[in-house]
Design a protein around this ligand. Structure first.
Ligand code: NAP
Ligand code: GDD
Length: 349
């Protein structure tokens, strides 16, 4: 008898993690469905970049609209559901707190209601986050550490995280939270600090820019490599029981360390280019994040493969190669050309 393929539905497939996870699942011979938002200009560059856009069935889904969630789930009939969709930029959550809470928090409750009534057999992965730990922390942060959220985004994600636990216990559903620390890649959005740095360093190296403006350069993060982290997501859903688990590298570096490493790799000195601009400071920031991956090692057999230094090199090399190709007149799926200069962008405090 021919065994039918496993079916996976990824919400937020147009984002960094959605694209890498789709690639991983296709390589494992899954039938992959992915959701996008109806926006005026299609946003499929990451799927095109990885050469997988035509292999995925794309469905519309808006987390503020329950009917679209029902339709996506009924159409795809997934065995595994990865909920990666969110308003994921912490800075923007201070500008749009109600929208962020609606989408990244309440949107997950809407999704859980649909799961409960329409596909209770599904295994669900929820994209929880280290941002829930909040500020003023130290040491290694684990599954046992309390959450003290410091942004509307973190508050919304904690609502989602707790709702997953409540639905799991109330209705005996297979629902897992992956508490992922920051993970980056050449497909990272340009508003996040790592990619902002590697994109600007590439432009400075090629004579296309003269400076880089940042906010809180003393903040530290536990930065891993996104393709490693989507492997952890998949392992979480293959585990025999649903669970909540930290995915991290156990190391952390400051934003200044990242900038220094990126500039050194490009043969530059960051002190020649750095401008600190208050515009990029948040009303409240998380200054320290460092995760404890012992449970992920023990239970999932997962370990990060890419070190901090290698991550920086991968991202700088990739952005330099893209800007070089652009200068040579080559066309490729890419976000940077269409991103406005942050000099012209106003933030409201
Ligand atoms: P991302 O690149 O910002 O992708 C977010 C995805 O969500 C995009 O596909 C986006 O669509 C979609 N989306 C946004 N608003 C939506 C809405 N109202 N309805 C439906 N879809 C919507 O984020 P990521 O870095 O891949 O992260 C994936 C998930 O993991 C997010 O939930 C994030 O909060 C969480 N997380 C990320 C990290 C990290 O370091 N990357 C760490 C911990 C947790 P558009 O493309 O149209 O904007
Ligand atoms: N974005 C940005 N831009 N951040 C800056 C800048 C700047 O110019 N200058 C300094 N930073 C600091 C921020 O204040 C923050 O302390 C740190 O750099 C990291 O900011 P982001 O790269 O925007 O990421 P994040 O840690 O706030 O959030 C990311 O990681 C979370 C997991 O901890 C996102 O991916 C979230 O979705 C994710 O949950």
């Amino acid at each position: 008898m021919v065994k039918s393929k496993k079916r996976a539905l990824i919400t937020g497939i147009t984002g960094q993690d959605g694209a890498y996870l789709a690639k991983l699942l296709l390589d494992k011979d899954y039938e992959v469905f992915g959701t996008y938002r109806r926006i005026s200009t299609p946003n499929f560059w990451r799927l095109q970049y990885l050469g997988i856009k035509e292999k995925i069935t794309i469905l519309p889904l808006e987390l503020s609209d329950s009917s679209s969630i029902i339709t996506a789930i009924e159409t795809s009939q997934p065995d595994e559901l990865y909920n990666l969709a969110a308003q994921s930029f912490v800075g923007a959550s201070f500008e749009n707190p109600i929208y962020t809470t609606d989408v990244s928090g309440l949107g997950v409750v809407r999704l859980l209601e649909v799961v409960r009534h329409h596909c209770p057999q599904v295994r669900l992965y929820q994209a929880s986050t280290s941002e829930m730990y909040g500020d003023n922390r130290s040491g290694l942060l684990s599954e046992e550490t309390s959450f003290i959220p410091s942004s509307p985004y973190a508050g919304a994600k904690l609502l989602a995280h707790n709702s997953v636990k409540i639905y799991r216990e109330s209705y005996n559903l297979f629902l897992s939270n992956g508490i992922l620390f920051n993970h980056e890649s050449p497909l990272r959005g340009l508003e996040f600090v790592t990619r902002k740095i590697t994109n600007e360093v590439a432009k400075i190296k090629l004579g296309l820019s003269k400076s880089i403006s940042l906010g809180n350069i003393n903040s530290s993060r536990d930065w891993g490599y996104a393709p490693d982290y989507v492997e952890a997501m998949w392992r979480i859903l293959q585990h025999s029981e649903p669970l909540d688990i930290v995915v991290a590298t156990n190391t952390n570096y400051t934003v200044e360390n990242f900038l220094d490493a990126a500039c050194k790799h490009a043969g530059l000195d960051y002190k020649d280019f750095l401008k600190v601009n208050k515009k990029f400071l948040r009303p409240l920031d998380v200054n320290y994040l460092r995760g404890d991956n012992s449970k992920a090692k023990d239970v999932l057999g997962w370990e990060p493969q890419v070190t901090f230094d290698n991550l920086v090199k991968i991202m700088v090399d990739s952005d330099i190669a893209r800007w070089k190709a652009y200068k040579e007149g080559k066309h490729m799926p890419w976000d940077a050309l269409h991103y406005p200069s942050e000099n012209n962008m106003i933030s409201f405090k």
